[in-house]
Design a protein around this ligand. Structure first.
Ligand code: CA
Length: 652
């Protein structure tokens, strides 16, 4: 709908010999026996399938090597190109070193690192997205610290420094023969950049002044490259609207409005599509996803905890499997392809794997020496609150496209397969664990089906076969937990069973207020309600409270009718404490079909002395309606009390 939406060529600015290149000339390994990939329709030939691969040299310095699908050692950038990646993204930090020259980590991503990566990308037919953070270390929504050297500059001086720095870096990249396709001016600049903050007076004016300075340098050195502005948190729709508006109002010269999209944090793809689509249409910009990723496994491989995956399970619609990872990529690409102005998707650090040591200590030594973890201890001087406390390894090694030994995963093939699709026979890819709570005296019935996520990401119920279970032994074992193994769809299924003394009463501890309970005062008096006061509760935070307030005697019933219960034997108990009762008549009672059939007397004495009334041997026939309750009558006009923990358990 705008001229920009026509497939504009993404030209390069290299002064080196022009490379005659189209994505189709890279030999791609577009076949897989096991990966299900539904074709993305209407995908433009020049659609960008990018990979941020900024940490590779720091890993290689510690001995990490990469291997293709056949197990042959290969330049990782070649492996990426062979798998359909046509663009590499690299971040640049101004000066990620302390005064002794020790790197801050996270790949020690200085200009030199970018030049090396850029040359290797160019040699393999891929263009470079140069990602300036304008910081000495990570810039993201939580931090946008200015480089040390720029820290005390006023905004005009800082803008000039940023302009000159950008220009110089791009010239050096260009002169090294790197094919620069895009330049990102700032990283996840959510209302802050390079030490300036939108919450301060004139904040957006300053931030956009910096952006414009960077953009100007790009236009001068790489007139054909696209200028990218990058934000995160598309789920915050009004924030994105304000970003677009400020860029427009302050006249920032840019081409691409880019967003991060992490499915576990950033809302739905429908929302992403709507937010980016609106920006593209309103400001006539191209849009793209500059970062996305997903875990192929819940396991950690470098002795440093990961951002997601630790708890296992199925998160945000995709399982932690290679197929889940591939399906996420496919769905993000499809979403961007279908937005007018959508030009591409970059995966974040799919090459960042374990540093290569055999233990935490060995890896720590590598992270400190080569900067191959997310932060080294040397970063503490620049970023004391985060890196200073939590420095260490890689938190995304389970989101890479290479295993811990550097071998390409089958899921890496997704990029090459997107254009034509690769439909294999659908089957279960992940099984959800089942949990059961069983009454010690009841029947144990294992489920006949389990939840499965299929290769095509559909959710299905599939039959399961459980191992033989000694039900009688489990019942005899008392309150305990068991894990039962089974098989479903050719995979292992697990059922966690908690054997408990099952309570048939709803809201038995009054934590959900009055739910399930009916109180009936025979005479009106001041206070009769569920009270939220942990110190007066037997368990939990709440209990049923009464007080006569000097006006009258107290007389009431509190009862619950059980919704549905099988025939059999049961026992019922309820607890009470209180005082100033005068002459009292207090008892727990059991009604069957509306008639009181059994009672058990109790009393109130002093504060915090709980008394439990128990009705034993309740016998129910099929179809009986059971009601349990407590009757309280006190002659003392100031009588008060607390009622809690009603239990209805089966009996053998
Ligand atoms: Ca890790």
């Amino acid at each position: 709908m705008t001229p920009l939406m026509l497939a504009a060529p993404l030209a390069s600015c290299s002064q080196a010999k022009s490379v005659d290149w189209t994505p189709n000339k890279i030999k791609t390994d577009a076949s897989s026996q096991s990966l299900y990939v539904k074709k993305v329709e209407n995908m433009p030939k020049d659609f960008i399938l990018g990979m941020d691969a900024s940490c590779v040299p720091s890993l290689e310095a510690g001995g990490v090597r990469y291997y293709d699908h056949e197990g042959n050692e290969q330049d990782v950038y070649k492996i990426l190109a062979q798998n359909g990646i046509n663009y590499i993204r690299v971040r640049i930090w101004n000066d990620p070193y302390d005064k002794n020259g020790n790197g801050y980590g996270g790949g020690n991503c200085d200009l030199e690192n970018a030049i090396e990566i850029g040359k290797r990308a160019t040699a393999n037919g891929m263009k470079l997205l140069v990602n300036f953070h304008y910081s000495d270390f990570w810039a993201d929504p939580a931090k946008q610290m200015a480089p040390k050297a720029w820290k005390d500059m006023d905004i005009d001086t800082k803008s000039q420094a940023l302009y000159e720095y950008t220009k110089s870096c791009l010239e050096q990249l260009r002169d090294a023969g790197v094919e620069i396709g895009m330049v990102q001016v700032g990283n996840e600049t959510n209302g802050a950049m390079c030490g300036e903050d939108a919450s301060a007076l004139g904040g957006w004016k300053k931030i956009t002044q910096l952006m414009s300075a960077g953009s100007k340098a790009v236009r001068e050195v790489c007139p054909d490259a696209l200028v990218v502005i990058h934000f995160a948190n598309p789920e915050k729709v009004t924030n994105y609207e304000s970003y677009g508006k400020n860029l427009d109002y302050y006249g920032v010269d840019y081409d691409v409005f880019a967003s991060s999209y992490y499915p576990f944090w950033h809302g739905t793809l429908e929302n992403l599509s709507s937010v980016l689509g609106d920006i593209a249409a309103k400001y006539e910009k191209r849009i793209m996803v500059a970062e996305t990723s997903f875990a192929y496994t819940a396991e950690d491989s470098d002795f440093y905890g990961n951002t997601i995956g630790q708890d296992g399970g199925i998160v945000k619609d995709y399982p932690f499997t290679e197929q889940g990872q591939a399906n996420l990529v496919r769905d993000v690409v499809k979403t961007v392809v279908n937005i007018e102005g959508g030009i591409g998707v970059f995966y974040w650090e799919g090459t960042w794997i374990a540093a290569g040591g055999e233990s935490y200590e060995e890896n720590l030594a590598l992270w400190e020496k080569n900067g191959s973890g997310w932060a080294s201890s040397y970063a503490a001087e620049y970023d004391p609150d985060d890196a200073g406390k939590w420095y260490g390894g890689c938190a995304v090694d389970n989101q890479a496209f290479f295993d811990a030994n550097g071998k390409a995963l089958e899921s890496l093939k997704v990029f090459a397969l997107l254009r034509e699709g690769n439909v294999v026979v659908n089957r279960a890819d992940a099984i959800e664990d089942t949990s059961l709570v069983c009454d010690l005296n009841g029947e144990i019935v294992l489920p006949t089906t389990v939840h499965a996520v299929m290769l095509d990401n559909s959710k299905q119920e599939i039959p399961v076969e459980w191992q033989d279970v000694d039900v009688e032994a489990m019942k005899a074992g008392g309150v305990a937990k068991y894990t039962i193994e089974g098989s479903a769809g050719g995979m292992q299924a697990l059922c966690y069973i908690s054997m408990v003394e099952y309570n048939y009463l709803e809201n038995w501890s009054f934590e959900q207020g009055n739910t399930g309970w009916t109180a009936k005062a025979e005479k009106s008096f001041d206070e009769l309600f569920v009270e939220d006061k942990v110190t007066d509760s037997l368990t939990g935070n709440k209990h049923y409270h009464f007080w006569g307030a000097g006006q009258d005697v107290v007389e009431f019933t509190l009862e619950q009718t059980v919704a549905s219960i099988k025939s059999g034997k049961y026992k019922y108990s309820i607890s009470i404490m209180g005082g100033d009762g005068g002459e009292t008549e207090i008892y727990a009672y059991v009604k069957i079909n509306g008639e009181i059939v059994q009672t058990a007397p109790t009393q109130i004495t002093v504060y915090n002395e709980w008394h439990t009334a128990t009705v034993e041997n309740i016998v129910l026939a099929e179809g009986d309606v059971l009601t349990v309750g407590i009757y309280v009558k006190c002659s003392g006009p100031n009588a008060w009390g607390k009622i809690d923990d009603a239990l209805l358990n089966s009996v053998k």
